[in-house]
Design a protein around this ligand. Structure first.
Ligand SMILES: *Cc1c(COP(=O)(O)O)cnc(C)c1O
Length: 416
């Protein structure tokens, strides 16, 4: 086998990785679904656990030699249970989308109706957007937010009574408000529907005690592990004991093959980190930092969708706020070293490739150590970019300021 490190074995790949490391180090990462993992998580991802096939579950594998892999997976499962107060946990889903697909097939039959939120109102592609394969299998009906920017529970209830869904699905990628899980559960009970929450974006805030936890209440909860939860790229399903068998069978052998045990080892590390008191501080600071952005942008007369934020993210109407499209805003911010993503807003009249909004959040910057005063600076930098979106010399000036700011908060000095 090759004994050389990447640096000497593959200089093309090494250089690409170094450029990406520099980009992460010297820019402001504000995509709300992104974060920076610890060196211990990176270590687990690059560990020899990647070598092992382990189809099945701890104690019930289809391959020999799984006794230590069982220890790794059991650590991840037990810590996740503790973190979210879950009865049953499956840590094998390869990412958030496969976790959701495994739930649909595990608990429903083809043709069954699922009531989920519209993508443009903050939902996720996997919640029934017409471009996804799952809409060929299940009948998705999609609710929306009201004019005040909130989930309209009366409308949700009316739709549930009209469409008789087998499952009601909450949980979002661009919605910035808290969710009343108890109210959703009572609507589901009224129509005999299962309850599913997809907490991919806010799992870290829930684990840190900063947002409501649906796990004790809902039938099934899915999440990614790489967003606010600050673990490796991956997925996870938590459910009531009564659904454990159906969920496990759906993930494997129903949908996936061998689990990625290096990834599961990294999940175990991330969950241990999230159980530490410092993670509560982290979750609290994510929200404080988002509130600073809300205050600053409100003072500058920006149009914030959903009226502001309860969590880690903001959805901004760039067209009304600054007279430029979401794509133009994203491109200008990119030139200044600030990474956000263009995003649809509720009732958007523009297309998904060139929508009206930008979505930005604070999890990654908070990991770097940014607090309220830095976030105020960040809001000013963003405003200057959006006021000068076609002026390349101003944008490169701002990029230099961004680099200076990031130098005060080194990300991975050990890897430099
Ligand atoms: C990110 C996200 C997903 C998908 O996760 P992937 O890991 O990208 O597959 C699913 N649901 C929600 C709500 C998300 O935010």
């Amino acid at each position: 086998m090759n004994k050389q490190p990447i640096k000497t074995f593959d200089s093309s790949l090494f250089q690409a990785l170094e450029k990406e490391r520099n980009r992460q180090e010297s820019g402001l990462e504000m995509i709300p679904s992104e974060n920076f993992v610890s060196l211990a998580v990176l270590e687990a991802l690059g560990s020899i656990a990647t070598n092992k096939y382990s189809e099945g579950y701890p104690g019930k594998r289809y391959y020999g030699g799984c006794e230590f892999i069982d220890e790794i997976e059991t650590l991840a499962i037990d810590r996740a249970k503790q973190l979210f107060d879950a009865e049953h946990v499956n840590v094998q889903p390869l990412s958030g989308a496969p976790a959701n697909i495994a739930v649909y097939f595990g608990l429903l039959k083809p043709g069954d109706t699922i009531l989920g939120m519209d993508l443009a109102h903050g939902g996720h592609l996997t919640h029934g957007h017409p471009v996804t394969h799952m809409t060929k299998v299940f009948n998705f009906i999609r609710y929306k937010t009201n004019e005040a920017g909130k989930i309209d529970l009366d409308n949700l209830r009316a739709m549930a009574i009209e469409h008789k869904p087998k499952m009601i699905l909450v949980g979002y990628s661009a919605y910035s408000r808290e969710i009343d899980y108890a109210a959703v559960k009572s609507i589901a009970d009224e129509v005999g529907a299962l309850t599913m929450a997809d907490i991919a974006h806010i799992a870290g805030l829930i684990a840190g005690g900063e947002m409501n936890n649906p796990v004790p209440l809902f039938d099934v909860v899915t999440t990614t592990t790489h967003k606010t939860l600050r673990g490796p790229r991956g997925g996870m399903i938590m459910c009531k004991r009564e659904h454990a068998k159906a969920i496990d069978k759906s993930v494997f052998p129903g949908f996936q093959g061998g689990p990625h045990e290096n990834n599961i080892a990294a999940k175990a590390i991330a969950f241990k980190e999230a159980l530490e008191p410092s993670f509560k501080e982290y979750a609290k600071q994510i929200r404080k930092n988002a509130k600073v952005l809300e205050t600053e942008f409100t003072a500058k007369n920006y149009r914030l969708m959903f009226g502001g934020t309860d969590n880690h993210l903001l959805l901004i109407d760039a067209v009304i706020s600054k007279g430029i499209s979401g794509a133009e805003a994203e491109a200008a911010l990119d030139k200044a070293g600030i990474t956000v993503n263009k995003n649809m807003i509720p009732e958007d009249t523009r297309s998904a490739m060139d929508p009206s909004g930008i979505r930005l959040g604070t999890p990654a910057l908070t990991t770097r150590g940014f607090k309220e005063s830095e976030m105020k600076t960040v809001a000013e930098l963003i405003d200057r970019v959006l006021n000068n979106s076609t002026n390349d010399s101003v944008l490169s000036e701002i990029k230099a300021e961004v680099k200076k700011l990031t130098e005060q908060f080194p990300l991975y000095p050990e890897l430099a």
